[in-house]
Design a protein around this ligand. Structure first.
Ligand code: ZN
Ligand code: ZN
Length: 910
């Protein structure tokens, strides 16, 4: 064994080894797969090359090496259950791989793998085993080619070349499509590493499911296209796809018994111990919380760096769940205050050299972690105590499984993710119905309008187009690289019709009135991507005898571009010469909006901070929509500052510079790459003002030449798009002018209605409001005067009951205030007495009753009096003994109610 390498050195030496063998060094793609709706997270090195294997994407290189960020927490590959319990599972991990796209094959792949492991890294050949495919079903030939090459390797004993069937040694992407045999390299780490010693029936062996024999590296040889259950056609181009779990190889080369004891994790462990104030001994006695915290914090940091923030659905849910799970394990070792930002800082310090996005998004990572821990703190106690009640109830009833709907309620109302509920249930030997939880969540999602998360891959008629494409290439009508595409320069260009389709059928000619799909040798119609919608326009014959309206353009497979529309005049034939015309006015609107989107992005960073990264966008002719990470609603000031900032840069008339660069150069220059986008080796960059860059983004979209062309930029709305994500909608150019014009019209109308000018309209409205207020007050005063006059007349009707003055009256047009004032008027005239005043206010009967103090002492109570009256008018009432009021529903009963008060007073006093 050579000198022990650090994890970073091991990663680097892998990449350099293959770089020396002519491989392009390809950066890891984002954890959020670009353009693949079927996948929650990038879960293998394969993901970013999938389309290359499917023949739908081409790269400039045929050999590649990479270290890919992966997450396995959901779906088929779900390792979460094991994370924390053992030493080899992670939610986030790195996958080292070398790739051949129709270039080298088994001989090189095997020889290099063996050379790297045994020579460069110095693994003992006598400890290594390899496995080769031998079909247990007998349909596919044994991979003798691979076993022959293995047996020729230096130090390889043929007894250590073993054969396994489909489960272990055959790889498929799906039920049909590219597939092939694989070869794995395993290592015997020695008897002491067995974690199943003494289990009945356990034998330590390759693929024997214990920690003594470990698979290090899987070499996949893609050589077949699976057409049906038992039909495997050979592929014209054979590929190599290899994968080596990085954390595992580091553990092996550093000779430790746990991935968590490699130098990839030890600085995190040290930080956690320091925060918790625990010793190495204490940690070793209860290693699980440390493993969970280290794994989950590392995963969360990488997720946030790729734009995933804690939230309620899909990826955001996973981000939230792992943060909360780590926080709960933190509380088990005394970490009761937010601590993950401090651990994440260590991740950032140690991983930023290999993954600079961590440093770039440092603040966002730290802020999001702390914010989420605080949110969880607020609800966790009530959630856990509620869960414990449920679990006690479950135990008492002798059941073992917690209902999934209840588990979802715990999440929806107390913020306890399923995974934590399950952790807690399992600690007392109970479990949770996960299917029920997911069903409840899906239902909630549909109810809340979020819809189902996944769409399909959209493979409509691809085969028809592909067949036509191959024929066109063979005839020399299309270059092998496919339709020439230049949406930047070819807004109007001569072309010809080389393929015509209608309703899925290839035709020689199509008549006016029919829907049609067209293949041209070259096109300038932009194909929807990066949020920018497709162009529309027309294709017309050179001599003007036919015309096709084009409504959409798409690329169903690499090289093939299909224009969809309708023949609106004449008959189109294949071979016809034609002129392509993109709708220029619409395209100009789109370009204004696209360039404005870049300006907006830059202003969001200026006003809100670097965390406000794009998480989605739509660039349409009539508006632009921009989603970005930000935890709260924007204030009016922020919105104004953003809007005026964009307009300032528009007026500065900055020129735009468009360049082609390698992805690496652009990234190292700090170009902004977008969330969920897929980039090839060569990228297009858009810089607004190269001399003093205002914005520098990777972008394939179409743009104006100068920001001055945008005209005006107006924000028309700001709102929430999802948890932690805000959305701004805005208009530019003609759209902005429309907004201004319609708002101007409204203003003119307001001015006319108020008999003023636009400049004076606000003052005028203020004055009108004051006037209305004054009139209202005057009406109130007049009404009160009326009421008083009416009441004063009634005062003469006071009757004496046992020598006590008693008055019961009905007043018209009164309000509650004036009724109360009238009781005062009565008291002034009668130092001892009872008054009850009724009135119908807004169609409802209302009674106020007052009893002087001396009579309260004699047993009279205003509250009692109104309560009885209230019952008569069908309502309720109450108050103090001296003053009470009642309301009801039936105004016709008001005289009876007042009479009843009089009766009650009489009976009490006499
Ligand atoms: Zn064993
Ligand atoms: Zn763009």
């Amino acid at each position: 064994m050579k000198k022990t390498m650090t994890g970073a050195e091991i990663r680097q030496s892998f990449i350099e080894y293959f770089q020396e063998k002519g491989h392009a060094v390809v950066p890891s793609s984002s954890l959020v797969p670009g353009g693949d709706q079927t996948l929650l997270f990038t879960n293998a090195g394969m993901v970013q090359f999938k389309d290359v294997f499917l023949g739908m994407d081409k790269r400039e290189y045929t050999r590649a090496v990479d270290s890919q960020k992966c997450m396995r927490v959901a779906g088929k590959h779900n390792d979460l259950d094991d994370v924390g319990r053992d030493d080899s599972h992670h939610t986030f991990f790195e996958m080292l791989g070398n790739w051949s796209f129709g270039d080298y094959y088994k001989k090189e792949a095997i020889t290099w793998a063996w050379d790297l492991l045994t020579k460069k890294w110095g693994l003992d050949t006598s400890k290594l085993y390899v496995t080769v495919f031998k079909d247990d079903k007998g349909d596919i030939p044994t991979d003798d080619e691979a076993s022959g090459i293995w047996k020729q390797q230096e130090g390889m004993d043929s007894s250590r070349v073993l054969y396994f069937g489909r489960k272990e040694n055959f790889w498929e992407m799906a039920e049909t499509g590219p597939c092939g045999p694989c070869s794995e390299i395993h290592i015997d780490r020695g008897e002491n590493f067995c974690n199943r010693k003494g289990e009945p029936g356990h034998v330590c062996q390759v693929n024997g499911d214990c920690a003594r024999y470990l698979e290090i590296w899987n070499l996949v040889f893609i050589q077949y296209n699976r057409v049906s259950v038992d039909r495997f056609d050979p592929l014209p181009a054979k590929h190599v796809d290899t994968g080596m779990g990085f954390e595992r190889i580091v553990a092996i080369l550093q000779d430790v018994n746990s991935n968590y004891r490699t130098d990839l994790f030890s600085p995190l462990m040290m930080k956690i111990r320091e925060l918790a104030g625990t010793s190495v001994k204490e940690m070793d006695a209860d290693f699980t919380p440390y493993r969970v915290i280290a794994d989950h914090t590392r995963a969360a940091a990488f997720l946030i760096a790729d734009g995933v923030v804690p939230g309620n659905m899909g990826r955001n849910y996973v981000c939230r769940m792992i943060i909360r799970r780590a926080a709960r394990f933190g509380s088990k070792i005394g970490l009761n205050q937010p601590f993950m930002a401090k651990v994440a800082q260590v991740v950032i310090d140690h991983y930023s050299d290999a993954y600079p996005e961590l440093l770039k998004n440092q603040q966002s990572i730290l802020d999001n972690l702390t914010r989420e821990e605080k949110r969880f703190q607020r609800t966790v106690e009530s959630g856990v105590s509620h869960l414990e009640e449920l679990l006690d109830g479950l135990k008492a009833s002798g059941k073992k499984i917690l209902d999934g709907g209840k588990a979802f309620e715990l999440y929806a109302t107390h913020g306890l993710p399923l995974e934590i509920t399950r952790d807690i249930a399992r600690e007392v030997n109970l479990d949770v119905d996960e299917t029920g939880f997911k069903a409840a969540m899906e239902e909630h999602k549909v109810q809340s309008g979020a819809g189902k998360a996944f769409g399909n891959m959209g493979g409509d008629q691809v085969e028809v187009f592909r067949a036509a494409f191959e024929r066109l290439v063979a005839k020399g009508l299309l270059p092998a690289s496919g339709v020439l595409y230049d949406p930047y320069n070819w807004l109007e260009v001569d072309t010809s019709i080389i393929g015509l389709f209608s309703e899925g059928e290839e035709l020689e000619q199509v008549e006016s009135g029919s829907d049609v799909e067209v293949i041209l040798p070259r096109t300038g119609f932009y194909i929807e991507s990066g949020g920018q919608v497709s162009d529309t326009g027309s294709i017309v014959s050179i001599d003007g005898d036919w015309e096709i309206r084009i409504d959409d353009v798409r690329r169903p497979a690499a090289g093939i571009i299909i224009h969809t529309g309708k023949v609106i005049k004449g008959t189109v034939k294949t071979g016809d010469k034609a002129l392509l015309k993109v709708d220029r006015e619409r395209r100009m609107d789109i370009m204004r909006n696209h360039t404005a989107t870049h300006l907006l992005h830059a202003q969001l960073h200026r006003v809100l901070g670097d965390h406000a990264r794009q998480s989605g966008s739509l660039v349409a002719p009539d508006r632009l929509r921009f989603d970005f990470n930000h935890p709260e609603a924007l204030t009016q000031e922020q919105l104004e500052s953003i809007e005026s900032g964009v307009n300032r840069e528009i007026l500065a008339s900055h020129p735009l510079a468009v360049k082609e660069k390698s992805l690496q150069t652009a990234m190292s220059e700090g170009a902004m790459a977008l969330f969920g986008e897929k980039y090839g080796e060569k990228v297009r960059t858009i810089t607004i003002d190269e001399e003093h860059p205002i914005s520098y983004e990777l972008c394939g979209g179409t743009h104006v030449d100068n920001t001055g062309d945008i005209g005006t930029f107006i924000i028309i709305s700001e709102g929430s798009a999802a948890a932690g994500i805000r959305r701004i909608e805005a208009v530019t150019g003609r759209g902005a002018y429309e907004v201004i014009r319609s708002r101007n019209r409204i203003l003119h109308r307001a001015a006319r209605l108020t008999n003023s000018s636009i400049d004076e309209v606000v003052t005028k409205i203020n004055n009108l409001q004051d006037e209305v207020e004054a009139l209202r007050n005057q009406i109130t005063r007049t009404r009160q005067e009326w009421v008083r006059a009416e009441f004063e007349q009634e005062l003469g009707k006071v009757s004496l009951v046992a020598g006590v003055p008693v008055l019961s009256v009905m007043l018209k047009e009164a309000d509650v205030d004036s009724l109360r004032q009238m009781t005062d008027v009565f008291r002034q005239k009668n130092p001892s007495g009872v008054v009850a005043i009724g009135s119908v206010i807004n169609d409802k009967p209302m009674i106020i009753c007052s009893v002087t103090d001396d009579l309260v002492k004699r047993g009279l109570n205003a509250g009692d009096l109104v309560r009885q009256a209230a019952a008569i008018v069908g309502g309720s009432g109450g108050g103090r003994p001296v003053l009470a009021q009642a309301g009801g529903k039936d105004p016709a009963k008001l005289p009876d109610a007042l009479a009843s008060i009089l009766e009650l007073v009489r009976s009490k006093l006499e």
